[in-house]
Design a protein around this ligand. Structure first.
Ligand code: PLP
Length: 356
């Protein structure tokens, strides 16, 4: 019954969304705060009759709002059903094995190899530096690459690369190959490379409403880049699903972008708690990678990441553990509200009393 290509699929494993008991959920980098209050008002009073109609297939008002926010034109913006879908379209449009391997960091978003397998694109995982930062120089060592994708800040390390280093990398990378920077976490303290899209027509920035704008449930992502790249993504979209962003979500996106006060308030709260939790863990003897995201990646000598993860889960707190050689000692903790993080830190202190 099933095709060979289907039998060969290895799907992405998302963080657990448990139904069995109530956990403090610090495992999928969701935002602990609700979206903009304007969204509540909109949903309560929305014109439900409008749902009979198909949405605007090109999300024009939403794209204009995003474009205005970043100081680009609407023709530089593409929107999709979550940034995962946008990334999938990028793979289809820009990467193929006949032009070399797709390069991405060894420890990174685990969807990157999944899409490569799905589209049959050969890839190479570029090792991180010893301090777990992304080694952009090493991306230049491959003689031919079909393209590059990396997150900034990286996941699951949370570490970021500065704009000057990205600029220098792009100046040396072939101009006829696309570089995708996945900025899912950029709002939590890194510099966006959007200003570089005019200088580098092969640069595409991908962002999402899921993390910094508290809309993971609405599924909305976007890409910003040269008009030629955006037109290519539109051709892929219209060959697959002309209406990926539903009518409600288009409105929610506009409201979320426009509410800069709510955005800044929640970002400030999350980054402050992140810095406090990092310091508290360091005081307990944990190594914390310097995070510019809404999560931290941490380990402690002689403590098994898998065991802490399991213990925390049994105690009602979900974090993320990756059983990948090189990072298997770490746990990744999403920054939640202050009282949830206090509960987490108290449990870590207990764990060290009992187990080490
Ligand atoms: C969360 C995440 C995404 C996906 O975001 P959606 O817009 O919810 O699909 C993409 N890239 C990275 C690195 C992420 O962590």
């Amino acid at each position: 019954m099933f095709t060979e290509r289907f039998a060969n699929l290895t799907p992405y494993t998302p963080g657990e969304q448990p139904r069995d008991m109530k956990y403090i959920k610090l495992n999928t980098n969701e935002n602990p705060y609700p979206p903009s209050p304007g969204i509540t008002d909109f949903l309560k009073s929305m014109d439900i009759e409008q749902l009979r109609l198909y949405p605007d297939p090109s999300s024009l008002r939403l794209r204009r709002t995003i474009a205005e926010h970043y100081g680009v034109d609407a023709e530089n913006v593409f929107t999709g059903n979550g940034s995962d879908e946008v990334l999938s379209f990028c793979y289809y449009a820009f990467f193929e094995s006949s032009r070399g391997q797709l390069l991405f960091p060894e420890h990174s978003y685990s969807f990157y190899p999944v899409y490569a397998e799905y589209y049959g694109i050969d890839y190479f995982k570029v090792p991180l530096n010893r301090d777990f930062s992304i080694n952009l120089e090493a991306f230049l060592e491959k003689e031919t690459a079909t393209g590059v994708i990396f997150p900034n800040p990286n996941a699951p390390t949370g570490m970021c690369i500065g704009l000057r280093e990205i600029d220098s990398f792009l100046s040396k990378f072939p101009k006829n190959r696309v570089v995708v920077i996945d900025e899912a976490y950029v709002d939590f303290g890194a510099d966006s490379a959007v200003p570089l899209i005019r200088k580098y027509r092969n640069l595409l920035i991908v962002q999402t409403f899921s993390k910094s704008r508290s809309l993971a449930g609405a599924r909305l992502g976007y890409a910003i880049g040269d008009g030629a790249l955006i037109r290519a993504l539109n051709i892929v979209k219209d060959s697959f699903n002309s209406y990926p962003v539903d009518a409600i979500t288009q409105e929610l996106g506009i409201l979320a972008i426009k509410d800069t006060a709510h955005f800044e308030k929640t970002i400030t709260a999350i980054t402050a708690v992140r810095n406090e939790v990092s310091t508290a863990l360091q005081n307990l003897g944990w190594e914390v990678l310097p995070s510019k995201s809404n999560f931290i990646f941490t380990r402690k000598d002689k403590v098994s990441g898998k065991k802490v993860y399991e213990w925390l889960k049994a105690e009602g707190i979900l974090v993320r553990h990756f059983n990948h050689p090189g990072i298997e000692d770490f746990i990744r903790i999403t920054i939640g509200r202050k009282h949830d993080m206090k509960a987490f830190l108290d449990l870590i202190a207990d764990y060290m009393q009992t187990d080490t």
